[in-house]
Write a protein that binds this ligand. Structure first.
Ligand SMILES: Cc1cc2nc3c(=O)[nH]c(=O)nc-3n(C[C@H](O)[C@H](O)[C@H](O)COP(=O)(O)O)c2cc1C
Ligand code: SF4
Length: 530
């Protein structure tokens, strides 16, 4: 592959464009509501009306407003249709032909999109994730070309990532440029890059959507990372519950190889890089980086103590860079538009945008990408449209089992790493679950404790035994059998498990209990025996 070949593919692609493009969402959410049949029905209607010269029906990834799916969009008219069915699909074509097409996006849908800023998700819902030509058409793999031939070596790339202020999107928010610098400086005959696509938090599906909708963007980010840190082999770890993401990634890897974008001498440079997909078996703890590496190596997926950190001694003892899917998906936009542009988005310490899956008791649920610093209220009330049926929103939960619940009186807080932490929660990987006035917060805490208890790998006693004991105490309280002594014991256990567990799963398992005790203690007290 060289620049002439890239240009020629893009020219051909543009020459083949039709006057009208009908985009059908074919990410998991809409596919589960038969969007593949809807696309076929659209294609049939286009053929029957002799419109194949004018109208293209395109498979695309997730458009975001999943609660209103299956979604179909029409360009250049800028229309979006909700809840499309196989039966209603031909009428969209009829309306287009008759010049009567009009936006069917409900009133609630508009604010959902109005506040978004698409950086990671810019191509999602627009390009066909199974065609590398579509990715080339939106500038794909040109950043890699520039990195290899125009930037002044790997250190220049790392400097740009440091300057952008990007922090890891897998949960902890560790500075990405700093991590890349550590791996680059670590000596070793080999180095590895790993993309963490394990995504186990209940209610979270941001990474699945990126992988299903724009897999080449993640691959290009990984290639750039590999060049920057000096690695030549990478793995993408994806859970087995994500079969569509796995198959689209495998297609993307095959296409990139066919075009010489993976393998040896990439873009006629000395850079060699290969990527393989590794499928996880759905254990939440395998998202923890040391357990994930053990799983890739073929061992049981259990964490081990750090240090040594993966950046120094990772896969098979070699320096390994591990980043989250969304972290890698930020790399191309940062280098394409410049680190200063990126650093100008967000807040002082939390730069750029964040993708959230907005779910729970909320009218518009789906995927949103918002600038850091937006308030919780803007997300929940404006974009999400509040709770269905006019119920009062009581709290949100962020950060999954490692996070906490934030009550409505703090909804004017900006969404950034520090502010959410100060409220007793964390940014996490992007699950944002809304609870309304009918939700019992002790039950919520018990739900997350049950999750941790079931997902605990059992390696260390505080987590293995402590999560069971905490779950039993919460059950006793929920069933109105608990006493004040049980509540005290629960709090003592939270402290013990937090400070003595081996890995992040146990260390953070008490968080949902602690945050609900902090803000909703009354609900616990009301359930206790006199
Ligand atoms: C129990 C547990 C589960 C985790 N699950 C994930 C996950 O599914 N995806 C992820 O990217 N990071 C997960 N992490 C964080 C990773 O260990 C690691 O910090 C992250 O992949 C680093 O990438 P980043 O710097 O880009 O955030 C998990 C951590 C713990 C303790
Ligand atoms: S804290 Fe829990 S998940 Fe982590 S090593 Fe210990 S038992 Fe396993």
């Amino acid at each position: 592959m060289d620049v002439e070949e890239l240009d020629s593919i893009v020219q051909k692609q543009r020459a083949a464009r039709k006057e009208i493009c009908i985009r059908c969402c074919m990410a998991s959410g809409c596919v589960s509501s038969r969007s593949d049949d809807i696309k076929t029905a659209m294609q049939k209607a286009v053929a029957e009306k002799n419109l194949t010269n004018r109208v293209e029906v395109r498979r695309v990834g997730c458009m975001g407003l999943c609660s209103q799916g299956p979604l179909v969009a029409v360009d250049p008219q800028g229309l979006m249709y909700e809840h499309v069915t196989v039966e209603s699909a031909p009428s969209i074509i009829d309306a287009l032909v008759g010049g009567k097409a009009q936006a069917e996006l409900g009133e609630a849908g508009r604010p959902f999109f109005a506040r978004q800023l698409m950086v990671v998700r810019a191509n999602e819902g627009r390009i066909d994730p199974e065609r590398i030509e579509d990715y080339f058409d939106v500038g794909g793999y040109r950043t890699l070309l520039r990195v290899l031939h125009e930037m002044h070596g790997p250190s220049h790339v790392i400097e740009a990532i440091v300057k952008s202020g990007l922090r890891g999107r897998g949960g902890a928010g560790y500075p990405t440029g700093l991590k890349w610098g550590t791996v680059a400086k670590s000596g070793g005959a080999h180095k590895f890059v790993v993309c963490n696509g394990d995504e186990g938090d209940p209610g979270a599906y941001m990474d699945r959507s990126v992988l299903e909708s724009d897999p080449h963007k993640v691959l290009e980010g990984m290639l750039i990372a590999g060049y920057a840190v000096g690695a030549d082999q990478a793995y993408i770890y994806v859970r087995a519950e994500y079969p569509l993401a796995v198959s689209r990634l495998q297609t993307a890897i095959r296409q990139a190889k066919q075009h010489g974008l993976l393998g040896s001498g990439i873009y006629e440079s000395p850079f060699n890089f290969n990527v393989e997909v590794r499928i996880g078996a759905g254990a939440f703890v395998c998202g923890e980086e040391t357990a994930l590496m053990a799983s890739i190596e073929g061992s049981r997926g259990q964490p081990h103590p750090r240090p040594p950190y993966p950046a120094e001694r990772g896969l098979w003892g070699y320096p390994t860079l591990i980043n989250n899917v969304e972290t890698f998906a930020n790399i191309v936009p940062i280098l394409e538009r410049g680190p200063d542009w990126y650093a100008g988005l967000g807040t002082e310490k939390s730069k750029g945008t964040k993708v959230f899956s907005l779910t729970g008791k909320i009218r518009n649920s789906g995927l949103i990408e918002v600038p850091m610093g937006i308030t919780i209220r803007e997300v929940v009330e404006e974009m999400g449209g509040g709770a269905p049926g006019g119920a009062r929103v009581k709290a949100i939960q962020t950060g999954g089992p490692s996070g906490g619940c934030i009550p409505a009186e703090h909804f004017d807080t900006p969404v950034d790493y520090e502010s959410l932490f100060n409220l007793g929660s964390i940014m996490g990987s992007g699950g944002l679950i809304v609870m309304d006035e009918h939700t019992n917060m002790v039950d919520v805490a018990r739900f997350y404790m049950q999750f941790c208890m079931e997902e605990s790998c059992g390696k260390c006693i505080p987590c293995r035994a402590g999560t069971i004991q905490m779950y039993d105490l919460l059950t006793k309280i929920v069933e109105r059998r608990g006493t004040l002594r049980d509540l005290e014991q629960l709090e003592e256990l939270c402290d013990l498990v937090k400070h003595t567990s081996l890995c992040g799963l146990g260390q953070t398992a008490p968080n949902p209990v602690l945050s609900t005790l902090r803000y909703f203690r009354d609900e616990y007290l009301q359930l206790l025996q006199p």
